[in-house]
Design a protein around this ligand. Structure first.
Ligand code: SF4
Ligand code: MG
Length: 321
């Protein structure tokens, strides 16, 4: 498979300041040295509890947040080294869909104006052509062209997410980063939006990074899945392998928390216990050791690196060293 995006050693440290002089006293390692790639045309699911750094990762890929360190190579170009104006151009090929469609749509603009904006930004089409493209895209996402003159508040949550998706697709991007695109929607609406995303992927040959907080949501849409914990990638592999034979104890715990556990998963019933430690003060050694049933002495002192344990199957855990 052809690699579309390659992330190498990506970090985002937010400084913690304290005292009357506001001196830096530490750093929240929101994303702490993660590396992965995304193949052209696939969906990579990126999963973890809140605060694991998955959204920060998504935003860094778009350079909505600048990384502290690392490379984001998209079609052979390191986006981290681009100037702001070069990056603005690059965003034509990579777009984002957000969790809360309402918050991400300007309430004072008609749908037509919202969808036309990315075309104007990237200098695509004449006014007449743009209006036509907006109407066509509304149909593509399952709305109607007569919706063009309406405002975001006149739509349901599911319809608003369709508008958010339409906006992301206006520039015909190659990569779409969807950050919990269905988390705010009713369960009955979630599958409609997931099906839409899958249909659009085929129609427009899209590559997706699909961010979610539970493994259930990404199961049917992902080709590969990466699991994050406290700023690090702890396991990544093909979706089939991850659901059938998870290697990392955290992945197993997450799977046991999926509402309808798969009877084939040996560890089903092993629940995720204990509180998520603060990302500003993560445990020494393996960050998961405070919640891990398999914890050994070495886990409390030595941080396990992500290693390829089987072809294409990477995990960071001392159980396998
Ligand atoms: Fe558990 Fe140790 Fe593996 Fe961490 S390294 S997940 S504590 S067994
Ligand atoms: Mg988030």
């Amino acid at each position: 498979a052809e690699v579309l995006l390659k992330v190498d050693g990506l970090k985002k440290y937010f400084p913690i300041t304290g005292g009357i002089f506001g001196k830096q006293t530490g750093a929240v390692k929101a994303v702490d040295n993660i590396s992965f790639w995304v193949n052209k045309g696939e969906t990579l699911g990126l999963v973890g509890e809140s605060g694991c750094g998955k959204s920060t990762t998504g935003r860094m890929l778009m350079r909505l947040i600048d990384p502290t360190e690392g490379q984001v190579v998209f079609e052979g170009k390191d986006l981290v080294t681009l100037s702001d104006s070069e990056m603005r151009k690059a965003r034509k090929d990579m777009q984002m869909v957000f969790q809360d469609p309402f918050a991400s749509l300007n309430p004072r603009h008609t749908v037509e104006k919202i969808l036309e904006e990315p075309l104007i930004v990237h200098g695509i089409g004449t006014k007449k052509e743009r209006k036509q493209m907006v109407r066509e895209m509304l149909e593509v996402v399952g709305l109607s062209s007569y919706h063009a003159k309406r405002y975001p508040h006149q739509f349901s949550g599911g319809q608003r997410q369709r508008i958010g998706i339409a906006r992301a697709l206006m520039t015909r991007p190659k990569l779409v980063i969807a950050d919990e695109p269905v988390s705010a929607l009713d369960v009955s609406i979630q599958s409609q939006v997931l099906n839409l995303l899958r249909d659009l992927q085929k129609e427009f040959q899209l590559t997706y990074i699909f961010i979610a907080h539970d493994l259930g949501v990404v199961k049917h849409i992902s080709d590969r899945v990466g699991v994050m914990y406290l700023g690090r990638l702890v396991e990544i592999t093909e979706a089939d392998k991850l659901y059938e034979k998870p290697l990392h104890p955290y992945t197993r715990a997450l799977l046991s928390a999926v509402p309808i556990p798969d009877p084939d998963i040996k560890s089903a019933g092993e629940l995720l216990t204990g509180d998520l430690p603060s990302p500003s003060n993560p445990p020494q050694g393996c960050a998961f050791h405070t919640r891990c049933k398999e914890c050994m002495e070495i886990c409390k002192t030595d941080r396990p690196e992500l290693r390829e344990l089987e072809p294409g199957h990477f995990a960071a855990c001392h159980l396998y060293s």
